[in-house]
Design a protein. Structure first.
Length: 530
């Protein structure tokens, strides 16, 4: 080859790679991570769950329609703080230290937002529910986190901790969090890619809906889950002893004016935060409906256990879905903002919740267990050009995968200490070698009368180990999707049982779960009442 031609080729290829690099730098995608709290997949249209016919989430569904829905998406520890710590670190609870609510958060550990900033020049922000202790320090360029109620935040006129001290912002929680998010987006440095974690508190208890929503679902009869009146037979006795009933329904039932009903602590607290105008508007909007609730609760219905259960379920769903609607409306605002600012094409948009939730299944309104409803975690994702609209993904994914996904999306290597895997290969539509099992571990002992437990789930089977008393449950999710009968002692499932027990041991080892957590005494923050 002629010498000059050769150097020209080198020069050209160098120029090409330099400009490719420059382009990557310019085109690193923005990331809008929208998170909520206790949002059941049953109450998201894209999951085609029980409430889908009521069309509760048109905006969240649009993310899925224009991108992907993960149909087999799970958490690793079904409760608020642990799920959040896992999202940030890409690690299970025992390695990031946040095994239960109230555990200390070590903000110095490796987290994806800091890597995005340091390795790829992102500007980063978290606005809304942080919940961990202590508050962030330098995890994000900007943060404004819900402060009161132990970091849970309040529905009306929420308090925030910010880098400049405390701040109370007038308005309804989900509206305020979206307002603040848009404000940060407007003010950001437009020369840098951004990561915004917009984290709603809703629909976590006490589920006070917006004043404007009183007309919504006022006369709706919500479909009941088949397990609403579960008799808890054929499983370990723990489930039957749960403290997770529908009494949460009453939390949003602020007594109507001049009726003499005594408000409980939550009601008094909520009313105290509202301005006199908000209190008046609340009573105008809700008193008539809430009076009906108290009328039934003072009637003979309470003597019929099944009738009462069904009534409370309906009461709970009404406010649950009103809270969901307020989130969805605000998701719509954020999506519109992206579109209006020509950022739709180069922004990864994710909607997820720290865990899914029992909205009546097994007669519960809570999370924590490894049963399907709280093991799941909603996850929809849009990234134009990278994810084909209408993609449905059935591989088993978990919240340890979020950090690696965002890092790979931004073109940054994933640290080997992270336990999850980037989800990006799943979008390519070709066969990917993927995990066949997920590992789960709930560490809080005694709260809501739930014992510690861990377990493994494959596409078809689930083994739960209540290791504090060495008892197990095994479910065949194909023949028993509602988990009504443990087949652990069935002769016909002996081989499956042996395989799953081996798999549990293997997963504990692979996830580096320290042996001493299995030896910890029975009582931690409470004790199991049997
Ligand atoms: Ca939660």
């Amino acid at each position: 080859m002629h010498k000059t031609a050769f150097s020209t080729i080198i020069f050209l290829s160098l120029t090409a790679s330099v400009s490719a690099l420059a382009q990557t730098a310019v085109r690193r995608p923005n990331i809008l991570f929208i998170f909520s709290d206790d949002h059941s997949t049953q109450a998201i249209g894209a999951y085609n769950g029980r409430m889908a016919s009521l069309n509760p989430t048109p905006n969240i569904d649009r993310i899925a329609e224009q991108g992907a829905v993960f149909r087999q998406s799970f958490c690793g520890n079904s409760i608020c703080q642990p799920s959040r710590a896992t999202v940030l670190t890409g690690k299970h609870s025992h390695l990031n230290g946040v095994t239960h609510n109230g555990a200390h958060w070590n903000g110095r550990q490796t987290i994806f937002p800091r890597l995005l900033k340091e390795k790829a020049g992102y500007q980063t922000a978290l606005i809304g529910k942080w919940h961990m202790h202590p508050d962030p320090s330098d995890e994000f360029d900007f943060w404004k986190v819900l402060a009161s109620s132990g970091g849970q935040g309040d529905y009306y006129n929420p308090d925030f901790n910010t880098q400049n001290g405390p701040e109370r912002i007038r308005g309804y929680s989900s509206d305020v969090i979206a307002d603040q998010s848009v404000r940060w987006l407007e003010k950001r440095d437009k020369n840098k890619p951004f990561l915004l974690m917009c984290q709603f508190k809703s629909p976590h208890v006490p589920r006070l809906p917006p004043i404007r929503s009183a007309h919504l679902y006022a006369d709706t009869v919500f479909p009941e889950p088949p397990t609403l009146l579960d008799n808890y037979q054929n499983r370990q006795p723990y489930l039957s002893k749960h403290w997770m009933g529908f009494d949460v329904a009453k939390l949003a039932m602020i007594p109507p004016k001049n009726t003499g009903y005594k408000p409980d602590r939550e009601h008094t607290k909520a009313l105290k935060r509202m301005t006199p105008e908000q209190v008046e508007a609340w009573h105008r909007a809700y008193d008539e409906q809430v009076q009906k609730y108290y009328d039934v609760m003072n009637s003979d219905v309470v003597k019929d256990k099944a009738k009462l259960q069904r009534f409370k379920y309906q009461a709970m769903m009404r406010n649950y879905l009103r809270c969901v609607e307020a989130i969805d409306g605000n998701v719509g605002r954020l999506l519109r903002w992206l579109k209006d600012n020509n950022l739709e094409n180069n922004t990864i948009v994710v909607y997820s919740s720290d865990q899914s939730y029992y909205i009546g299944e097994h007669g519960m309104a809570e999370k924590r267990w490894m049963y399907e409803e709280s093991l799941r975690m909603p996850l929809v994702m849009r990234w134009p050009g990278r994810i084909k609209p209408g993609t449905k993904i059935d591989q088993l994914v978990q919240n340890i995968d979020y950090a690696p996904t965002f890092l790979e999306g931004a073109g940054i290597p994933v640290p080997t200490e992270m336990q999850g895997r980037s989800l990006l290969p799943l979008f390519a539509g070709r066969d990917v070698q993927w995990r066949q099992t997920i590992y789960y571990h709930y560490y809080t002992n005694g709260e809501h009368n739930v014992p510690r437990h861990d377990g493994v789930r494959t596409d078809r089977y689930k083994l739960i180990s209540y290791y504090t008393d060495n008892s197990y449950e095994l479910f065949d999710l194909k023949s028993d999707p509602n988990e009504l009968r443990s087949v652990y002692n069935d002769q016909g499932y002996r081989t499956v049982r042996e395989k799953m027990l081996i798999e549990l041991g293997r997963q504990r080892g692979e996830a580096s779960v320290p042996a001493d957590v299995f030896a910890e005494p029975y009582v931690h923050r409470g004790k199991i009442h049997r």
